[in-house]
Design a protein around this ligand. Sequence first.
Ligand code: COA
Length: 258
Amino acid sequence: MYENILVDREGPLAFISFNRPRVLNAMNQRTKEEVLAVLRELEEDEDVRVVIFRGAGDKAFVAGADVKEFVGVRPMEQREARRQLRFYETVASYSKPVIAMIKGYCLGGGCELALACDLRLASRDARIGQPEINLGIIPGGGGSQRLPRLIGEGKALQLILTGDIITGEEAKAIGLVEEAYPEEELETKTKELAMKIAEKSPVAVRLALEAVRAASRMDLQAGLEYEAVLFSLLFSTEDKEEGVQAFLEKRKPSFKGK
Ligand code: COA
């Protein structure tokens, strides 16, 4: 059905795989449109609790935007394409948790996609970076904004100004990825973590996402007030009653998402 991606389901987990291994899964316009279409579909499906991005083949997560599409593009065309698609913004504001499972090259737009995700899990020898400077451009998918928020301005500038590529292990040391595992363990560990999230109350998960995502765009006072509103809102849910009762009765809660 899709030309450039694969979609697989495993219980409450949905996997979106970038599937252009011949070009190291570089994302062209069509790939982004297909991902957005799948995300819209998965959003409607209550059984899907966590979305995981990965790359097909062994070599890459995503080696960046498809550089071939940069040739001859005029500034206003580029601006309009970006404005209409809102690809990275859609991922960053998605209603369910999104995880980047990073094996192999994760460069440029691939790194920016990972930055737009909620969690990044990598293999220790993944190759991560923002090499746009080598093409005479800068990150254009949110890298100049999300990277410094995640790892600090100095480290972000070090990567963006040099174009250096670092390993998954080095990325973990600077907080660019949350975990770095031996490659053979990456998939199992990712599924374990995703399943843990999938078992929680989906309403609480959603509001937790909203609260924490707000932290980078609000000042502390506004953020605390926003958190208080979301916290109170959860006192209207059946899941909160179930969670509290289950704790008091020393049993496992059974959340319904209501
Ligand atoms: N866009 C389009 N095609 C890409 C690509 C990208 N971002 N990254 C890799 N490819 C293509 C290569 O052109 C090559 O295609 P070809 O066989 O038709 O020539 C194929 O993928 C394999 O890449 P190759 O460069 O031969 O592999 P390598 O192992 O020698 O090098 C990289 C791997 C990732 C270091 C190198 O491909 C690279 O630097 N890619 C561009 C990364 C980049 O700048 N990304 C940011 C874009 S904004």
